[in-house]
Design a protein around this ligand. Structure first.
Ligand code: CU
Length: 190
């Protein structure tokens, strides 16, 4: 998109430069309508089609479609904290999500009270957590690291402090973390 938009922008700047530097204002009849047809109809149509064809597969890959390899995490918004559970591993925590790198993660987002919004600027778009509804957001980290998240929907006096972190581990570290947490959880249950 950046490349195509840059080409269009450069063409526009060249035309603009040509227009203001032009000495004469005499113009052959018919030139105006061909500018409108080529510049106003053909160029935008072709540009939009190219961007659409290039963009659709990318958008498709970002959809939370059924994926056997995806890690499932449930996130419930509360005034004012994030409840995080791993349904496949019987783990529960708050205000932190541990994920492996290069693995699609499907977040099922819902709220226990008012509308919140899950936002990790470096990983995904914002998505609302609505009471009585579940929205699914797909995230994937390409490198290990700590990513800051913030509630992006005003939800009361504690809203500004409704922050969380996403910790992306290498796949082996994540497996280790999962093992340690599960053991701890078992010990706590006893
Ligand atoms: Cu909020």
């Amino acid at each position: 998109m950046f490349f195509v938009a840059s080409v269009v922008l450069l063409a526009l700047i060249a035309l603009w430069h040509y227009a203001i530097k032009r000495k004469t204002d005499k113009q052959p009849v018919g030139a105006t309508s061909s500018w409108i047809i080529w510049g106003g109809i053909v160029l935008p149509t072709v540009t939009i089609i190219v961007l659409l064809v290039a963009g659709l597969p990318v958008g498709q890959r970002m959809m939370p479609l059924s994926d056997e390899n995806a890690l499932r995490i449930n996130v419930t918004g509360h005034q004012w904290y994030w409840q995080v559970t791993y349904p496949d591993h019987a783990l529960q925590m708050s205000d932190v999500l541990h994920i492996p790198v290069d693995t699609p993660v499907h977040l099922s987002l819902t709220s226990a009270d008012v509308i919140h919004s899950f936002w990790v600027p470096r990983l995904a778009v914002k998505l609302d957590l609505l009471p009585g509804r579940t929205n699914v957001l797909r995230i994937e980290a390409s490198e290990p690291g700590i990513f800051r998240g913030q509630c992006a929907e005003y939800c009361g006096v504690g809203h500004a402090h409704m922050q969380f972190t996403v910790i992306a581990h290498s796949q082996s570290d994540f497996a280790l973390w999962l093992k340690q947490e599960s053991i701890q959880e078992l010990t706590l249950d006893d």
